[in-house]
Ligand binder design. Sequence first.
Ligand SMILES: C[S@@+](CC[C@H](N)C(=O)[O-])C[C@H]1O[C@@H](n2cnc3c(N)ncnc32)[C@H](O)[C@@H]1O
Length: 234
Amino acid sequence: MRKNTAYEGALGDYFAESATDGPYNAHTDRPAMLALAGDVTGLRVLDVGCGAGHYIAELRARGAAEVVGVEGSATLLGHAGDRVGRDAAVTLHHHDLEEPLDFLPDGSFDLAVVALVHHHLEDRTQLLVELRRVLRPGGILLLSTVHPTADWVWNGGSYFDENRIEVRFGESGFTNSYRRMTMQTFLGELLGAGFALERLVEPRAEESARHVDESRYLKTLRTPFFVAVRMRKD
Ligand SMILES: C[S@@+](CC[C@H](N)C(=O)[O-])C[C@H]1O[C@@H](n2cnc3c(N)ncnc32)[C@H](O)[C@@H]1O
């Protein structure tokens, strides 16, 4: 079943704001993923589910030659456009990631970034096949998602439940849905799509998050929130 999981309207605006300096996106996921990326100088990068363009701005600041952002929310694409300004090395596409990336040529990227998007999708295998197609041989896929243990701690039931859950965004009142999956499913799908695992990290918030929100910072030191992997297309 296909679902509209893109963050539109007021939810998009809320996410754009909270991803700028929030403890989880700005101080936990993003630093971990950018560390996994290593030196991006001169690389052609695809940012899948680019949201408000926070990764795009970081990647360009770190020397990426070109960044293509793909995003299903018109609201967030607007924020991404505002964030990157008139940067000719950035292209943005409005696209539902449940559908093939037909507008992108084979073997055209050195690096693909999929930050906290994967769990929203139903047809993840389709996306992984497409990411393998658009990456060059030896290209790198960086992917982060909600940690399966975090889902179990927050939602209870069996660790092995793979149901779709409705989640609240902090105290904002906004909700969206995503699919729980076990570590075996998460990694199994990536390996099954033909990627080789280079590194896996379970990031904790950086010390900088303490000044933004101490209780959430401390939470990330006790409970795994995200898992991030660096995979290679051989
Ligand atoms: C948690 S946000 C992460 C955004 C960005 N990667 C970041 O880390 O700042 C999830 C993103 O996935 C996008 N998304 C969810 N489902 C989508 C779909 N079916 N097609 C395209 N984008 C989708 C949302 O609109 C949102 O931008």
